[in-house]
Ligand binder design. Structure first.
Ligand SMILES: [Zn+2]
Length: 289
């Protein structure tokens, strides 16, 4: 097992502040981890991919990704970006409530749930035993994401695996569901950005002033592979060519502007900076607070 894998597996339940200027505070929270085999990256070229994984402290035959969420505090609101996977698959996941507690809060304190997309590893943790885990929060989901899961007959078999989690979240939180649109400020200082491809309605959330962070959801699953090879898609990308374009565009923007990317599955705390060098794009973990 590589060093990065070891570190990712130990991070469930942790909370770590992400440096941010301006009035909002951002904290990364870790729900746990997922082990992936190579079937999840159908486009990876062996050899090239093995070298990149090993250089990053991973093993292409036994990869591990974090499942992260993020907490935004400010202006009297406490917003949780994504809700993790719950412990439905085992105790390697479902540590988000403990991470929230480590940050000083209980589920009842959360005022807003900002959902990047409705796959199970982002939405299953909204519920506990079929009920709201966050009883006082409004659920913000992009209009296009809601529509995608409501047209369930048009889902392919891969996306259909995720349908029960999307449906349950939309049903249980129906009384406090707030549709959102890209371009909107969902909360003061939090801009909704379209990140289409992984799902048609996936969005990210950008915050911070001079040195902003974009919570970029599932644009990248494994930066060790996909920063250099954005064409290596993920099995659960609903539209792999569009997801590839989105990934390429966002990496280019991050390398040109210094925009930091905070990912749902990048090694906890999940924040990277992207830079252009002689060998193409590279990345480094953004500094801890
Ligand atoms: Zn995900």
């Amino acid at each position: 097992m590589g060093e990065t894998t070891r570190r990712i597996r130990a991070a469930g339940g942790q909370a770590q502040a992400v440096p941010l200027d301006g009035p909002l505070r951002l904290t990364a929270l870790c729900d746990g981890y997922l082990d992936l085999n190579l079937t999840r990256f159908p486009d990876v070229v062996r050899g090239v991919g093995d070298d990149l994984a090993i250089a990053d402290g991973q093993d292409l035959n036994d990869m591990t990704i974090s499942v992260n969420a993020f907490l935004i505090e400010g202006g009297g609101r406490l917003a949780l970006v994504d809700a993790g996977d719950s412990n439905r698959r085992g105790d390697f996941l479902g540590h988000l409530p403990r991470a929230l507690k480590a940050a000083g809060y209980a589920p009842g304190d959360v005022t807003d749930l900002l959902i990047t997309h409705l796959h199970g590893d982002h939405a299953a943790g909204l519920l506990s035993k079929g009920e709201k885990l966050y009883p006082n929060a409004r659920l913000h989901v992009a209009q296009r994401e809601i529509a995608f899961w409501q047209c369930s007959e048009s889902l392919d078999e891969i996306q259909a695996i995720q349908l029960p989690f999307a449906e349950a979240a939309l049903r249980v939180y129906a009384d406090c569901l707030v549709p959102m649109r890209p371009g909107q400020q969902v909360l003061p200082g939090v801009l909704v950005r379209p990140l289409v491809g992984h799902t048609p309605g996936q969005v990210g959330f950008q915050l911070g002033q001079r040195n902003p962070v974009l919570i970029s959801a599932d644009v990248l699953h494994l930066p060790a592979l996909q920063v250099k090879h954005p064409e290596w898609g993920f099995l659960f990308d609903a539209d792999r060519p569009t997801a590839h374009s989105m990934r390429r565009e966002l990496l280019a923007e991050a390398s040109l502007t210094g925009l930091r990317l905070a990912g749902s599955h990048m090694p906890f705390p999940g924040v990277i900076s992207v830079s252009a060098g002689q060998g193409g794009l590279g990345f480094s973990a953004a500094q801890a607070a």
